[in-house]
Ligand binder design. Structure first.
Ligand SMILES: Cc1cc2nc3c(=O)[nH]c(=O)nc-3n(C[C@H](O)[C@H](O)[C@H](O)COP(=O)(O)OP(=O)(O)OC[C@H]3O[C@@H](n4cnc5c(N)ncnc54)[C@H](O)[C@@H]3O)c2cc1C
Length: 512
C-alpha cells in the first residue's frame, strides 16, 4: 500500500484545510473519510426542489475582496476564492422577543451602536462603552496571542512571575474580562434584559447559555463578524468542501471517501500509519485527526495503547451540545412570511439562561429557537418564488438516545410541530407554505459525524474550558489534532486552525 507524509482522519473543514495546506507545500497526503461525501458538518442535502444547508449560518473572517479577512486570504492562497460565489449577509441577526417586538443588529459597528441606542436611549452611554470594551479586549487578546506565539517553551519561574505582575498593566481589559461569563459582563453594562439578549445572542453559536458562555468568545464573535462581516455562499457549504477536495486531488493528494480509519498504528509508542475500514494498511510520518480526541484515543487505538496521560488530560472536558433542526422548503418568497433578516433568535421569555435548560429535554417547548432564512440575502438560493428556512434549537443527545426506536419518527415530527407552532406567533403564515420538511435530531448528527453525543461544537466551551484552555495537545508522538474539538469550533476557526497546524508540520524536519 501507498506511504504518505501525512494521513488525515476525517474530511471535515479542519481535515480538508490541513490537507490543502500540506499538499500545496509538496507533501504527500491522504484524507480518509467515513461518509460518502467530504465536508463533515460543511455539507448540504436535497429534498424535492430544495437544497438544504446543514450547518453554515454565518461564515466568519472573510472580509471583502478589497479588505480581505484572514480566511479569504487563506482561500486566495488555496486558489479557490474566485471559484465561489460569496454572499455578504446584511445584518448580524434579529432578536425576536415574547411581546412580539424584535431588534435587528446591522453588520456594521457604527450602525449597530446607533440602532441599539435608538431602541434603548437610556442605555446609550453603556452601549458605546460596551463596544469600546469589546474592541479593546480583542485588540489586547490579539497582541497577547502574537507575543505568546513569538516565544517558545516553558518560561523560567522568574519570567513567569514578572509576566504575572505585568499582565494586568499590559493587557488591562483582557485581565479584567478574560475569565468572566457573558451574563456577568451583560449585568455590569446593561440594566435592560431586552438589550442584554440583543448583545449576547452569539451564545447560541457555541451552545452555552449566557451565564456559562465565556465573554472572551462572545467578544471575539462580535468583533470578527462586525469587522470581517458574516458571509454565506451560493450552493451552501458543500461547495467549499468540494472545492477543497478538488484542490487536494489536483495537488496530488488522495481523498478516500466511504473509507474511515479503523485503527491507528503505533511503533514504539509513536503513530506511524493507519488501517482503513477495508482492512488496508497505510504508513505515514504524521497523522492529523479531524475527529475528537476522545474518539481518536478510545476507538482508534488498542485498549492497552491508550496513554494514561490522555485520560487525565481530557478528564475536565465534557462532550458538548447537539441540535434539533427543521429544514423547511417554502412555496413563497421570504417577505411573504415576514422574514426580513437572514438569522433570527426567537425567545419565549426574557430569561435565556432558564430557557436554555430545555436543551436537556426531548422536545423544544421553551428553548430559544434559531431560524435562518437563506433566501433573504440570496434570493437565488432556492427556485424563483420560494424560500428555504432552517429552524431549531440546541439539544443534548441523552433524551434522544434514550428514546425507544419505534417512537423516534413520531417524536421528531412532534418536535417539528412544536417549532412550527412557536414560530407561527411571529410568522403566522409559515405552516401553510411548507412544501418540504426534513428534521435532523442529535441522533442524525451522531450518525453522520460519528461524534460522541452528536456534538456539533466539540467539547463544551464554558469558563473552565474556554479559548484559553482548549485541549490542543496530543499524548502520542506524530499524532496531531485539527478539529472543532481542540479550538473555537466553527467553519472559519477550523479552517484557520488546521492551516496553522499543517504549516507547522510541513516545516518539521521529519516531514520535510
Ligand atoms: C447545525 C449546525 C450549525 C452550525 N452553524 C455554524 C455557523 O453558522 N457558523 C460556523 O462557523 N459554524 C457552525 N457550525 C459548526 C461547524 O460546522 C463545525 O464547527 C465545523 O464544521 C466542524 O469541523 P471539523 O473540522 O471539526 O470537522 P467535522 O465537520 O466535525 O467533520 C469530521 C469528519 O470526520 C469524519 N469521521 C468520523 N470518524 C471517522 C473515522 N474513523 N475515519 C474517517 N473519518 C471519520 C466524519 O464523517 C466527518 O466528516 C454548525 C454546525 C452544525 C452541525
Amino acid at each position: 500500500m501507498k506511504d504518505y507524509d501525512v494521513i488525515i482522519i476525517g474530511a471535515g473543514n479542519g481535515g480538508l484545510a490541513a490537507a490543502v495546506t500540506l499538499s500545496l507545500r509538496g507533501k504527500s497526503v491522504a484524507v480518509f473519510e467515513k461518509h460518502n461525501l467530504p465536508g463533515g458538518c460543511g455539507t448540504s442535502f436535497r429534498r424535492g426542489r430544495f437544497e438544504f444547508e446543514v450547518a453554515l449560518h454565518q461564515l466568519s473572517s472573510m472580509g471583502t475582496s478589497e479588505n480581505p479577512g484572514p480566511l479569504r486570504k487563506q482561500f486566495r492562497e488555496y486558489g479557490i476564492e474566485n471559484q465561489i460565489d460569496w454572499i455578504e449577509i446584511r445584518d448580524l441577526f434579529r432578536v425576536n422577543l415574547p411581546d412580539g417586538r424584535g431588534y435587528t443588529i446591522p453588520a456594521d459597528r457604527r450602525k449597530a451602536e446607533q440602532s441599539l441606542s435608538e431602541s434603548f436611549p437610556e442605555e446609550k452611554h453603556s452601549i458605546h462603552r460596551y463596544f469600546d470594551t469589546v474592541w479593546r479586549f480583542c485588540e489586547e487578546a490579539n497582541a497577547f496571542a502574537e507575543k505568546s506565539a513569538a516565544s517558545s517553551g516553558e518560561p523560567p519561574a522568574l519570567k513567569k512571575l514578572i509576566m504575572k505582575t505585568l499582565f494586568p498593566k499590559l493587557y488591562p481589559t483582557l485581565a479584567k474580562y478574560g475569565l468572566r461569563s457573558t451574563q456577568d459582563v451583560m449585568d455590569e453594562f446593561f440594566k435592560t434584559k431586552e438589550l442584554q439578549l440583543c448583545l449576547s445572542a452569539y451564545w447560541c453559536f457555541m451552545g452555552m447559555p449566557p451565564n456559562r458562555f465565556p465573554f472572551s468568545i462572545l467578544a471575539k464573535c462580535t468583533y470578527i463578524y462586525l469587522t470581517d462581516k458574516p458571509f454565506y455562499l451560493r450552493g451552501g457549504s458543500q461547495v467549499m468542501s468540494q472545492a477543497l477536495t478538488e484542490t487536494i486531488r489536483k495537488n496530488g493528494g488522495d481523498v478516500y471517501l466511504s473509507d474511515g480509519v479503523a485503527e491507528i498504528l503505533l511503533k514504539d509508542g509513536a503513530a506511524c500509519g493507519v488501517i482503513d475500514e477495508k482492512g488496508r494498511e497505510f504508513r505515514c510520518k504524521k497523522i492529523i485527526s479531524n475527529i475528537s480526541p476522545t474518539m481518536t484515543y478510545t476507538r482508534l487505538l488498542k485498549k492497552n495503547e491508550i496513554p494514561f496521560s490522555a485520560r487525565d488530560y481530557l478528564k475536565p472536558y465534557t462532550v458538548g451540545i447537539s441540535a434539533l433542526t427543521c429544514f423547511f422548503g417554502l412555496d413563497c418568497p421570504p417577505e411573504e412570511l415576514g422574514f426580513t433578516n437572514s438569522f433570527t433568535l426567537n425567545y419565549d421569555s426574557l430569561n435565556a439562561n432558564e430557557d436554555f435548560l430545555g436543551a436537556y429535554s426531548l422536545l423544544p417547548e421553551h428553548d430559544p429557537i434559531v431560524a435562518t432564512c437563506y433566501t433573504v440575502d440570496d434570493p437565488e438560493g432556492s427556485p424563483a418564488g420560494t424560500s428555504v428556512i432552517t429552524a431549531g434549537s440546541l439539544k443534548y443527545s441523552a433524551p434522544w438516545e434514550a428514546l425507544p426506536p419505534e417512537k423516534y419518527h413520531e417524536m421528531k415530527f412532534k418536535a417539528a410541530d412544536i417549532i412550527i407552532t412557536r414560530l407561527e406567533k411571529q410568522y403566522p403564515k409559515l405552516r401553510e407554505h411548507i412544501e418540504e420538511l426534513e428534521i435532523a435530531t442529535p441522533l442524525t448528527h451522531m450518525r453522520y459525524l460519528t461524534h460522541p453525543g452528536g456534538a456539533i461544537y466539540g467539547y463544551e466551551q464554558d469558563l473552565k474550558s474556554s479559548v484559553f484552555f482548549f485541549p490542543t495537545e496530543s499524548r502520542i508522538p506524530n499524532l496531531e489534532f485539527a478539529s472543532g474539538w481542540v479550538n473555537a469550533c466553527g467553519f472559519g476557526p477550523n479552517y484557520m486552525y488546521a492551516d496553522k497546524v499543517a504549516k507547522r508540520i510541513a516545516e518539521e524536519a521529519d516531514v520535510k
